[in-house]
Design a protein around this ligand. Structure first.
Ligand SMILES: *Cc1c(COP(=O)(O)O)cnc(C)c1O
Length: 390
């Protein structure tokens, strides 16, 4: 594991900005306060002038949130990071910091559905145009980029798990002087470090693997001081989607076990995916780790993937027969989950389009959690038997 990736490192914990008031506790305190008071007038005016960086109000700076940001920046090999109240808040604040009316975004196809909907609603009303291109087609990306203002990536993509050569795509954007952004929630910094691949800004839904315990909704963006500073100075304080101190504290806890959790998700998910691939009811498995070698830039694979049933299989019987796998959205926690594609396609949110997300009604998305692999496979096998006898 590389040097940048050590969530056990106490140096980042010691930088807790609390000037020795943590009693050398192994777990940093939660600074659960909305505001911070000043000794006197001079101290207050010095803070407002920016002569001294210290917390004033938690929407701006909070020590617990800052500690999480520093840990995450270190894991991503980035200079700086900002925490948000959700992954979508991180996405919207980032995008809104880099586009204005009349601008154009180039985005890869099959994006996370709510990012796609943000682009098709708010950004559309702002007269920001979005060109969608298959991220596997580097020539098409190169043709689309000139004149664009932002390049938005996700690899692997949310449902069909397309993987892209992130370094090659980032280089194309760099050559055009376009800021590149990637949603790295799936791989986590353990299995993909986009900054080292040349991407400018890395976004996470921290609700997924960074938190890892299904008890936090949060987001984060990492990148250079300059680009993160641009988000920090406008979208962050005025849109106000601030990460709370308690959620930041839960994320600090989550980061400590991130590398070992990711390895466990990888091992079990690969075992389950290989067995599904050999199962007679299954037409295809969309998992980036099933080839002879990993796609470029990926150091490993996580617990989220999908598969497609052959024609005529009763997905409802399969879903209702599962015991260990629960029906539920989101992913990245300890528990195993499934989402049938039919259910997502039935969602009323607009804009909605099967083509945009690449979701087949015969597909099922699985998140393989931290339960035992054999128990997970028996559960799936029994449900597959139930579906075939239907
Ligand atoms: C869940 C998710 C998001 C949105 O994050 P929230 O924390 O739910 O707002 C963004 N991108 C991907 C890939 C996700 O899975």
């Amino acid at each position: 594991m590389n040097d940048g990736l050590d969530p056990f490192d106490r140096a980042s914990l010691i930088a807790a900005h609390d000037e020795g008031h943590a009693f050398d506790a192994v777990v940093p305190p939660i600074v659960q306060t909305s505001l911070f008071t000043f000794k006197d007038y001079d101290e207050m005016i010095a803070s407002y002038r920016g002569e001294r960086v210290r917390p004033i109000y938690t929407r701006g700076l909070n020590p617990t949130v800052r500690l999480f940001e520093e840990m995450l920046a270190k894991l991503e090999g980035a200079e700086d990071a900002i925490g948000f109240a959700s992954g979508m808040s991180a996405i919207s604040s980032t995008v809104l910091s880099f586009v204005e009316p009349g601008d154009r975004i180039v985005a890869v196809k099959h994006l996370y559905p709510d990012a796609f909907r943000l682009f098709g609603t708010h950004l559309k009303r702002m007269r920001v145009e979005v060109t969608y291109v298959d991220g596997r087609d580097e020539e098409a990306i190169a043709r689309a980029l000139p004149g664009a203002n932002l390049f938005y990536m996700e690899s692997p993509t949310s449902w069909v798990m397309d993987t892209h050569d992130v370094a090659a795509l980032a280089a194309l954007a760099k050559a055009e002087g376009i800021v590149s952004v990637i949603d790295n929630s799936w791989a986590s910094p353990v299995f993909q470090q986009p900054i080292t691949l040349g991407v400018d800004l890395v976004i996470h839904s921290a609700s997924k693997y960074l938190g890892g315990h299904s008890d936090v909704v949060a987001g984060v963006v990492a990148g250079s001081k300059e680009l993160v500073g641009r988000i920090r100075s406008e979208a962050y304080p005025y849109l106000g989607g601030k990460l709370s101190p308690f959620d930041a504290w839960l994320l600090i806890r989550g980061l400590r076990t991130l590398p070992i959790r990711m390895k466990a998700h990888e091992r079990s998910a690969l075992a389950v995916a290989r067995r599904l691939q050999d199962h007679p009811l299954v037409e295809a498995v969309c998992h980036p780790g099933l080839g002879n070698h990993l796609p470029a830039g990926l150091l490993g694979t996580s617990g989220l993937f999908s598969f497609i049933f052959r024609e005529g299989i009763d997905v409802r019987r399969f879903a209702d027969h599962l015991q260990l796998f629960k029906l539920g959205v989101s992913w990245g926690g300890h528990e195993s989950l499934i989402v049938p594609g039919e259910v997502v396609l039935a969602q009323k949110a607009q804009p909605n389009s099967a083509a945009a997300f690449g979701i087949s009604p015969r597909s099922v998305r699985l998140h393989v959690g931290l339960e035992g692999t054999e128990a997970l496979w028996s559960d799936l096998e029994a449900a597959l038997d139930a579906a075939s006898s239907g």
